[in-house]
Design a protein. Sequence first.
Length: 151
Amino acid sequence: MATGAHGSMLWFMRTMIERTALQGNMSPLHTRDVDESYRVLRGEVTFYVGETQVTAHPGDVVDARRGVPRTVRAESDCARWLVMTTVSSIGRYADFGRAVAAPLDDPYAGWPSADEESSLAAICAANGIELIAPPGAVPAEALNSHELAAA
């Protein structure tokens, strides 16, 4: 439990949520303010955590430390995995799962629309998720892209 804006109390729950995705679909590149673990149930899933890339199979577990950029890509049709995480809103976390989509041709060009980005950012804020880039971006590329943009 923590204190939120205006002294309101926030409750956090440790939970496991199942995710599914069609082959090639990815989550937006993001960070979390909590550690997470993923366990593949069916198919093959590639996890990009920081500059590490891990292709996992049924039974494999992948950990992502808080604050480290991450995304996932389904490598096989109808991949399934569990996410062990901490949330303050299970509904909003489930909504974030719906943002898994086909990668954009150029994810570093930005979101398709400002409305889409702001709507997803509002969903993410409830659970300490910070958006970095749309589906298709991976951490190592995003870091290089941000460095080049700053130069």
